[in-house]
Design a protein around this ligand. Structure first.
Ligand SMILES: *[C@@H]1O[C@H](CO)[C@@H](O)[C@H](O)[C@H]1NC(C)=O
Ligand SMILES: CC(=O)N[C@H]1CO[C@H](CO)[C@@H](O)[C@@H]1O
Length: 600
């Protein structure tokens, strides 16, 4: 630096003037200045703080223990009773939003979107970078709040809430803009003087109605994508997780505000099915629904009022097919996580494990050995390590017990679990024992519905074809896993499975790879995630314009102009032959015809 200053001084004094070097130095100075300015102001990550609710503190024990935990209280019908499913403690009573609240929220979001649509991608990236930074600094708090509201374990939160969300943000920052860039397509040869393109515009204000299994992640994925595209969003997470949404909504709103934007661009709503229906009928410009098949049908019906486009991500009955050539020591840990992650409450959780007969007994023994060791409980209020958390929804114990009973009477064998687990300290908490049910056959009742529970269902097959047939028998078609020692056999099976996603020798990898997420059949339609997910929140606009505006403008040949010329029809026939017949001879004849038609 000193040398440089000396050099400049000398230059100014008129000594040793070397113009090229002086020019380069000034140039470098200007560029560094610009870069510095850009780094310091333009892209500066904003740091912010959001107060964590006291109830999320490990060991918090001052909530009244509910005798019969339930979301709806007959004496307070307009309020949601929020409670910790892992202890039964009351967390809060939150007012359920009404149709009027929904209308008001949409109005505010539309208002804010007028401003948001004008923001640049780099401004939107700054919001996402600030959000990412907050999430990384507050991993623990985000998971503790989620655990308190859903009963999940901390590791299930770290995986499903934090890691996945960070990955979605990283992808959107790095690849989102490219996915939304105007795309040029080949114009037809007849229109070679035109340029044809697809533009991706924001839809306006969209809505997302999302499930409770990962409250943070499920709410933030649509928020991240919608904001990046330029949309406003109404977000309604299931009433099961209304409590955690209070903290989560503050995170994104504070982030927006600190970055200098109107936080009203994101509207959180909570309430019972009436609230969800009001959102669907409100006139939003697009709906993403993640939830059950049954509610999905109602959403689609209600959305038809305004012909609002829907993306429906409904349940699944995913298989893991284990071929004869698989190394079980390597595959079993993946299958265990696929089955028991988040107490089995995953859209893409493994609900059917199909094992080749040659490995069947070994698989059952090894799985039983693992499942036997799994501990159930609350990570916030138990001292020991917990493998399986609570069942978030009430009333699941009875449903699952009776399904298991039915399959046992149909010939299945219950090896482990099969009952509600009664916690010694919190008897009204909602738990289910990690369960192993084997010898299940394709027609059994338990295969007819999604379990969403810590239950491993094992089935036997003898040929690849049989495994594919069993797998495809389900009306669901979300994801599947194929475990195979032979990669090409795995690919071959994957192509034959009727589903939206396949992981070969893995579980959940398509999701972390930012591939589009979605299914077929009663698992729904439409995709979120990745390029296709971002674009599905857009108004896709096809545009043509003149390629050489100064030289070529569209002009209608006189023979096909109004009033009709008798040779008009013949002209078009010759044109069709010229463009689409391959023979050179025919093409030349057509040209002659065209000239004749035009001249006469
Ligand atoms: C099976 O997988 C385990 C765990 O990855 C590994 O240690 C073992 O060597 C493998 N066995 C064979 C036969 O490849
Ligand atoms: C092919 C064809 O229909 N040619 C007709 C074009 O029009 C003139 C009169 O305008 C006719 O004489 C041609 O037969």
């Amino acid at each position: 630096m000193a040398e440089f200053i000396e050099y400049i001084t000398e230059s100014l004094l008129g000594l040793n003037i070397d113009l090229t070097q002086a020019f380069i130095s000034v140039f470098v100075l200007i560029i560094s200045g610009l870069i510095l300015k850009f780094l310091l102001f333009k892209n500066k990550i904003v740091k912010f703080v959001v107060e964590v609710p006291i109830e999320a503190k490990p060991g918090w024990n001052s909530g009244k223990i509910l005798e019969k935990p339930h979301l709806k209280d007959a004496f307070n019908p307009g309020y949601i009773t929020c409670y910790d499913p892992a202890t039964g403690q009351l967390l809060d009573m939150i007012r359920a939003h009404t149709e009027d609240d929904v209308k008001e929220a949409l109005k505010k979001a539309r208002n804010a979107q007028q401003k948001w649509i004008k923001t640049t991608f780099s401004e939107r990236k700054r919001v996402l970078k600030s959000l990412l930074n907050f999430i990384i600094d507050n991993q623990e708090e985000i998971c503790l709040v989620s655990s308190r509201d859903t009963g999940k374990t901390l590791i299930d939160g770290k995986f499903g809430e934090v890691l996945t969300t960070c990955e979605k943000i990283r992808w959107t920052i790095n690849h989102g803009e490219k996915a939304l860039t105007t795309e040029y397509r080949e114009a037809s040869p007849i229109l070679a003087y035109k340029s044809a393109k697809i533009e991706y515009h924001p839809l306006g204000v969209v809505a997302a109605l999302v499930s409770w299994n990962y409250p943070f992640h499920n709410a933030f994925v649509p928020i991240i994508s919608s904001l990046f595209v330029g949309n406003g969003i109404l977000i309604k997470a299931s009433e099961q997780v209304a409590w955690s949404m209070q903290y989560y909504s503050k995170i994104i709103k504070t982030c927006l505000m600190e970055c200098g934007h109107d936080p009203e661009i994101v509207q959180f709503l909570c309430g019972f099915p009436e609230c969800g229906e009001a959102i669907v009928r409100s006139g939003v410009d697009g709906i993403t629904f993640i939830g059950s098949c049954q509610v999905g049908k109602q959403v689609m019906k209600a959305a038809s009022d305004n012909l609002t486009p829907c993306i429906l991500e409904l349940g699944g009955k995913d298989c893991a097919i284990i071929r004869h050539d698989v190394n079980l020591s390597q595959a079993l840990p993946i299958i265990m996580r696929g089955t028991f992650q988040n107490a089995g409450q995953n859209c893409v959780g493994l609900e059917r494990i199909l094992v080749h007969e040659s490995l069947y007994d070994e698989f059952v023994d090894k799985a039983a050995e693992q499942i036997k060791k799994m501990k159930v409980g609350s990570i916030l209020n138990d001292d020991n390590v917990v493998d399986v958390g609570a069942m978030t929804m009430s009333g699941q114990g009875e449903r699952l017990q009776s399904l298991i009973q039915a399959s046992v009477s149909e010939g299945a064998k219950l090896i482990l679990g099969g009952h509600q687990y009664i916690h010694p300290k919190y008897p009204t908490a909602q738990y289910f024992e990690p369960t192993l049910l084997i010898d299940v056959t394709p027609d059994m009742t338990i295969l007819k519905q999604e379990l969403f529970a810590p239950i491993m269902i094992v089935m036997k097959f003898s040929t690849d074809e049989e495994a594919i047939e069993i797998c495809n028998k389900s009306p669901y078609g979300l994801g599947n896993s194929v475990f195979s020692g032979d990669q090409s056999k795995g690919d071959w099976m994957s192509r034959r499975l009727r589903c939206g996603m396949v992981n070969i020798n893995d579980f959940g990898a398509t999701y972390l790879s930012n591939l589009p997420f979605g299914g077929v059949g009663i698992s729904g339609f439409g995709r979120f995630g990745g390029v296709e997910g971002l674009r599905s929140l857009c108004l896709m606009k096809s545009v043509t314009t003149d390629r050489f505006p100064l030289f070529f403008k569209t002009s209608i040949p006189r023979v096909v102009d109004y009033p009709m010329h008798p040779n008009g029809s013949s002209f078009i026939s010759h044109l069709v032959i010229l463009l689409y017949v391959n023979s050179l001879m025919e093409k030349m004849k057509a040209v002659t015809g065209l000239i004749k038609d035009s001249l006469s």
